[in-house]
Design a protein around this ligand. Sequence first.
Ligand SMILES: Cc1cc2nc3c(=O)[nH]c(=O)nc-3n(C[C@H](O)[C@H](O)[C@H](O)COP(=O)(O)O)c2cc1C
Length: 359
Amino acid sequence: MTGYFEPLTVGKIGLPNRLVMGPMTRSRTPAGVVTELTARYYTQRAGAGLIISEATGISEIAQGYADSPGLYTDEQVRAWRTVTDAVHAAGGRMFAQLVHCGRIGHPSLYADGGLPVAPSAIGSGEQMFTPEGMVDRPVPRALTLDEIASTVGDFVTAARNAVDAGFDGVELHAANGFLLHQFLADGTNQRTDAYGGTIANRIRFVVEVVGAVSDAIGPERVGLRVSPGITFNGMAGAESDTAELYPALAQALSAVPLAYLHVNELITRDTTRLIRAAWNGPLLLCAHPTAESFPSTPAIGRPALEEGLADALVLAELWLANPDLVERVRTDGPYNTADRATFYGGDQRGYTDYPTLAD
Ligand SMILES: Cc1cc2nc3c(=O)[nH]c(=O)nc-3n(C[C@H](O)[C@H](O)[C@H](O)COP(=O)(O)O)c2cc1C
């Protein structure tokens, strides 16, 4: 039976344990540039088998939230380098999660004040927090074929920038209702060209992005996150064929020796099993088999690890609140509880001041 303290090889890097820190947006990077505080936060968590960074925009139009980081300007790349250097000096490993938010955007985030973009002109019905209060996210405009090609290019450039910034690899964000996910789901993708309609067409954009990024930086440095059947970001009911869609994607990607596939499971264990059967590489699982599994814990993830459904367990909230999570899993707790009021924005409070056991 596999346990949390057995090493695992992901791409070309060795993880000393199977406790992965999940990607978490913290909205503490003004103008998209990470700070010394960001470096401290991630370095405190360098004991993780792997750290996956907060969602990081590949371009300006990719941004969906105020104060989220990017990897598309020299200043952003230089700033991230200080974070990865500090994490590596502390013995850690780190992938950058690359995101294009698609329709989860807003004109106030772009210099030209234009509309966000998506596969189709279908709004999310969601709102966004701004200093002026909550505002509606507008109906996006549909990407042209030329823009789809240039967006693939933006992912490639950001992935190269991530390598230049010292990351060990990138995780492409095809989960949680953002652009890549919007292409996968038939409710958000109603295109009538080669990128919409059948499952083979809807997975095309994701497969192209994965292929182009793999060609640019090596497949062993590329992971992909999916979230079958999630309901937030306006995705409730957006997938009519979850059980067929994700195994087809996993199968299509099995031709590429990627670092890993990462499944953010939301009471969708049956689909996780189908993905596992279709996927021949390492599988990272953010385990939520039942409605009672939020936030996830090592105890919730252990059965999936032991039965070989997952190769490593991804935890988010627990890592946020427990910088020394590896030691705490070794001693079977106790665990700090996350303060939800300080998840997004603000200062060091609820960010770098969670105590360790030694404290
Ligand atoms: C504060 C916060 C920010 C998050 N930001 C991201 C993100 O940037 N990218 C992403 O893929 N998921 C994000 N998530 C989702 C988590 O990665 C994870 O899937 C979710 O919290 C469930 O895992 P858990 O039960 O271990 O917390 C975020 C979650 C939290 C709590």
